[in-house]
Design a protein around this ligand. Structure first.
Ligand code: PBG
Length: 324
């Protein structure tokens, strides 16, 4: 054969491959989600997320210090609310002394440099397990947005660096931005879950927080997975309303969406490598059906290649260890 071009030259050995690699993972890309519970000295392994824990605040602080030592610079926090405080107003969500607000303060006190991002949605606080207020069997938009603004303000007051609305109500980014401005929280960022799909892959997360919807599903607010153009519409609107970072969620079955969003906006794009994606790798690895470490690196690299600037992932610690 007489070839003009031999593409395999660039794949000859590991050194050459690393020189020409188009995408590389960095510990700077990762956001580590944390599940926080009441109590002391508690680390509860989530059955559908082996190796991942819901911890009391004291042990959460230990974990945050460890993450920081490994070079991970951001955490995204979720709390498990007690059944007694759940209702249909979500009022525990903006309790200044609630577990979320206490956790934000404690983490910022312990590791001031850690970027604290907070989930904003009513599901952990809702007696119906929905992201908003329920009336006559429907999740009502405008009243929910008012509550999400109060919730965001309480997070900002506690010291959150970014609030991360994951509820998919209409107009919430604009309302939260306005609320932050009017109350002087001009340094608090918004990471908007902009293209968040109604996905079966959230199952393990809802186990972790005991937050599964009590009736119906979330399809009247989260997006239909059949849609692509709608993701761009949602994202552009969130940017216009004041989002600093936009997010696509889930990640793995939505790499096309990550790419299209990346090509459509001039703000950083994050992707959420969600609980079900974690569970799938863990389960297959446990069965001996695939190599866990390789699966983690390939998955995260693919999400970054698709266009994610930041990746929220339960594998943050593993990945940090693997690439160091
Ligand atoms: C709450 C919320 C969910 C997730 C993040 N924030 C669950 C849901 O919308 O039902 C899912 C994260 C994951 O699965 O890892 N609104």
């Amino acid at each position: 054969m007489h070839l003009e071009r031999r593409n395999r030259i660039l794949r000859t050995n590991a050194s050459i491959r690393s020189l020409v690699a188009e995408t590389s993972l960095s510990v700077n890309d990762f956001i580590a989600p944390l599940f926080i519970d009441e109590g002391k000295d508690i680390a509860h392994e989530i059955p559908s997320m082996p190796g991942y824990y819901r911890r009391s605040l004291d042990l959460t602080i230990k974990e945050v210090k460890e993450l920081w030592m490994m070079g991970i610079k951001s955490v995204l926090i979720f709390v498990k609310a007690k059944d007694e405080v759940k209702d249909n107003t979500g009022k525990e969500a903006w309790n200044r002394n609630g577990l979320m607000q206490q956790s934000i303060k404690a983490i910022k006190d312990a590791v001031p440099g850690m970027v604290v991002m907070t989930d904003v949605a009513l599901d952990p606080y809702s007696s119906y397990g929905h992201d908003g207020i329920v009336k006559d069997g429907e999740i009502i938009n405008d009243e929910t947005v008012e509550v999400l603004v109060k919730m965001s303000l309480s997070h900002a007051e506690a010291g959150a660096d970014f609030v991360a609305p994951s509820d998919m109500m209409d107009g919430r980014i604009g309302a939260i931005r306005k609320g932050l401005e009017e109350n002087g929280y001009i340094k608090t960022g918004i990471m908007a879950y902009s293209a968040k799909y109604a996905s079966c892959f959230y199952g393990p997360f809802r186990d972790a927080l005991d937050s599964a919807p009590g009736f119906g599903d979330k399809k009247t607010y989260q997006m239909d997975y059949a849609n692509r153009i709608e993701a761009i519409k949602e994202t552009l609107m969130d940017v216009e309303e004041g989002a600093d970072i936009v997010m696509v969620k889930p990640a793995l079955a939505y790499l096309d969406i990550i790419r299209e969003v990346k090509n459509s906006v001039t703000v950083p794009v994050s992707a959420y490598n969600i609980s079900g994606e974690y569970a799938m790798i863990k389960a297959a690895a446990k069965m001996g059906w695939l190599n866990e470490e390789k699966a983690i690196l390939e998955t995260l690299t693919a999400i970054k290649r698709a266009g994610a600037d930041l990746i929220a992932t339960y594998f943050a610690k593993d990945a940090a260890r693997l690439i160091s």
